[in-house]
Design a protein around this ligand. Structure first.
Ligand code: G3H
Ligand code: 13P
Ligand code: ZN
Length: 290
């Protein structure tokens, strides 16, 4: 299939109490694994690529990275019969505009570092562009930190305030809202409990679909409850990287003579297919493609 706008499934997921999995790719093999897993599970899926992944793929030129990914995403989607969306994850304003021009079907503007008012202004502007060409727009209120290995005081995380969320949605016209419920990006163990009271309060003041970032560090029971309470796009990155890299490490540890990258990258790709399949089932998206 050609790349699809993801919004209709997210809305369906919201109504039916499941979530669309949004899986980060940093390499060709990871993108291939995401669509292969979705095909096996007969699920709609989102391939997403972060600002830092673009920078890596484009060898420090994120626009070049976007061009590579736009081509790879298109071919990956055409290789399967389930619906696939290509999403820019945590993009800057410039990247969002470029991604839309290159055929991404979904984009997220990350207003981290912007004031609430500036975040509204930029998001509104980008929404108008996205909607003029049928692209789904996500933005965030509150903070899902990206500590990147640094020490983090979890008590200081700025959760999404329900009144600000309502004001933000109303003022910007966005499609999906990323909310901060206490999760943190990049954690290697499931150690976080979500603030589900905060989620319930947001849910009662905002009707748009809500997005969970940083799911790798969140307990599965809270993800499950969060989905039942209205989270209907769940982002996963670190758990995939753990599976991908772990499998490669095993192959290389077992055989120090290997020089052909296909021998270890294939193991990473297979391991990532399994973890994406597991997450799709866990999110309740099995057989939701048709
Ligand atoms: O939210 C972003 C994902 O966790 C990917 O992180 O910036 O390391 O690509 P990254
Ligand atoms: P994790 O790396 O913690 O799974 O976060 C994924 C994410 O939020 C991507 O936007
Ligand atoms: Zn994120």
């Amino acid at each position: 299939m050609t790349l699809q706008n993801v919004l209709s499934w997210i809305l369906q997921a919201q109504q039916e109490g499941w979530a669309v999995g949004a899986f980060n790719a940093n390499t060709l093999e990871q993108a291939q694994a995401i669509v292969a897993a979705a095909q096996e599970e007969e699920a709609p899926v989102i391939i997403q690529v972060s600002h830092r992944a673009l920078t890596y793929i484009g060898s420090d030129n994120e626009i070049q990275g976007l061009k590579y990914i736009a081509a790879i995403g298109k071919i990956a989607a055409e290789s399967v019969t389930v619906p696939v969306a290509l999403h820019l994850d945590h993009g800057t304003e410039r990247e969002v505009l470029q991604a839309i021009a290159l055929g991404f079907t979904s984009v997220m503007f990350d207003g981290d570092g912007y004031s609430f008012e500036e975040n509204i202004l930029v998001t509104k502007r980008l929404c108008e562009v996205a909607h003029s060409v049928g692209v789904c727009m996500e933005a965030e209120v509150g903070e899902v930190p990206k500590p990147d290995g640094k020490e983090l005081d979890k008590t200081t995380i700025a959760l999404t305030q329900p009144d600000e969320a309502a004001q933000f949605v109303e003022a910007t016209g966005l499609d999906t809202l990323a909310v901060a419920l206490g999760s943190v990006h990049g954690l290697k163990t499931k150690q976080i409990s979500l603030d589900l009271e905060c989620l319930a309060a947001i849910r009662s003041s905002v009707s748009n679909p809500l997005v969970l970032h940083g799911s790798s560090g969140v307990s599965d029971s809270d993800i499950k409850q969060g989905i039942a309470m209205g989270l209907c796009k769940v982002n996963v990155a670190t758990q995939l990287n753990q599976a991908f890299t772990g499998a490669i490490r095993n192959v290389l540890n077992r055989d120090s003579e290997i020089v052909d990258p296909r021998k270890y990258l294939a193991a990473g790709r297979n391991a990532q297919i399994e973890i994406v399949r597991e997450r799709i089932r866990f999110f309740g998206a099995f057989r939701k493609a048709w």
